[in-house]
Design a protein around this ligand. Structure first.
Ligand SMILES: NC(=O)c1ccc[n+]([C@@H]2O[C@H](COP(=O)([O-])OP(=O)(O)OC[C@H]3O[C@@H](n4cnc5c(N)ncnc54)[C@H](OP(=O)(O)O)[C@@H]3O)[C@@H](O)[C@H]2O)c1
Length: 335
């Protein structure tokens, strides 16, 4: 069975490859080789977003990689995301068109609302800020944004629509008012933040869950001494040794084995290949028990920053989450 044949089925009937390549933080001069390597290795799924600031480079690289490999556009599942400054219903179509133009595509397989909370529009800035460094919010409700997302499907500009970083109550809110149900929920998920409840919730509503930062996003800008080390974790290292696999492969297998799509980012060809070798072994019930016993720790929430652009810490020295004061901030709910 080829890599692309390991899929999750969306409620639209479309097949979404369980493994995709993430592109956040991939630099212009790294993207071409990463995408060529990925397609040659058998990946048929790319995860993109307007806010990553590299969709035009992804588009160039994809065009070149398709020409080089003879793979057709229709064989690759491509996701992008609507950024927080574009939630006003009138901005949704122009935002999608910009991503399509940058990616040199005429449709997306999946378009996600990147976050439930909206930011104000200010001079085209992705992170519009007040003088004190806080972000200027907008109160557009995500259900109004969702209605405009449905219009994109009607126009055949994307085949499916979904959500990212929504909690289960917000997903239910969208489901209740939707004409077209969300196909996918993309959230942080890895061995330290396993999301069992959200996965059960999504699967019971016919929604596919995608795990982002499946390798704990080691190249993120914010890191703290209390953050666990995925690659140095003794339990994960033991499981990896037993299966003659790497810790990365164990972390990715953990997702796909439970029907969760995952999108590790790499620009290193040998890791892109390594991350694909996860369909030739299975984790045992005891392996899963070991992974489930790891201390829960979330690492994907960016910190709020002060006017000096340094992370703000609370009285205990813990980072204050960015956007926690937004009325639609999702992460105060347990799942
Ligand atoms: N919806 C959202 O809000 C959201 C948020 C975060 C991420 N995402 C999506 O999810 C994707 C993946 O998440 P992420 O970028 O946060 O982090 P990640 O995939 O958890 O980790 C990426 C890091 O792991 C390294 N790596 C990859 N494979 C490895 C291996 N086999 N062994 C050792 N190191 C390895 C990469 O190195 P190199 O790149 O140097 O090779 C990179 O430094 C993103 O790129 C993005 O597409 C979405």
């Amino acid at each position: 069975m080829s890599l692309a044949q390991h899929t999750a089925t969306l409620h639209t009937g479309a097949k979404m490859p369980l493994l995709g390549l993430g592109t956040w933080k991939s630099k212009a001069d790294e993207i071409r080789d990463a995408i060529v390597s990925a397609l040659q290795t058998g990946y048929r799924h790319l995860d993109c977003a307007a806010v990553y600031g590299n969709e035009c480079h992804v588009g160039e690289a994809l065009k070149e990689a398709l020409a080089l490999t003879g793979i057709k556009r229709s064989e690759v599942f491509i996701t992008s995301k609507l950024w927080d400054t574009m939630h006003d219903p009138d901005d949704v179509l122009p935002a999608l068109k910009k991503s399509l133009a940058d990616l040199q595509l005429d449709y997306l397989d999946l378009y996600l609302i990147h976050n439930p909370y909206a930011f104000a529009k200010k001079d085209g800035q992705m992170m519009p800020k007040n003088p004190d460094g806080t972000i200027i919010y907008s109160d557009v409700h995500y259900c109004d944004t969702w209605k405009a997302m449905e219009g994109l499907v009607d126009q055949s500009l994307c085949k499916a629509i979904g959500l990212s970083n929504f909690n289960h109550k917000q997903v239910l809110d969208v489901i209740d008012k939707a004409r077209i149900k969300p196909a996918v929920l993309q959230v942080e998920c890895n061995p330290f933040f396993r999301q069992e409840k959200l996965i059960d919730f999504c699967h019971s509503h016919g929604i596919v869950l995608t795990a982002y930062s499946p390798l704990c996003c080691g190249d993120r800008a914010w890191r703290y001494a209390c953050d666990p080390d995925l690659f140095g974790d003794p339990k994960l290292m033991d499981i990896a040794k037993k299966h003659n696999k790497s810790v990365a492969q164990i972390a990715l297998r953990f997702q796909v084995q439970r029907g969760v799509v995952t999108i590790p980012k790499s620009v290193t060809p040998k890791w892109i290949e390594e991350n694909a070798q996860i369909f030739d072994f299975s984790l045992s019930e005891d392996d899963i028990r070991q992974i489930s016993s790891l201390k829960t720790h979330r690492m994907g929430i960016p910190p709020a920053k002060g006017p000096d652009n340094k992370p703000l810490l609370d009285d205990h020295g813990h980072p204050i989450p960015r956007d926690k004061d937004h009325q639609y901030y999702p992460f105060n709910e347990p799942f």
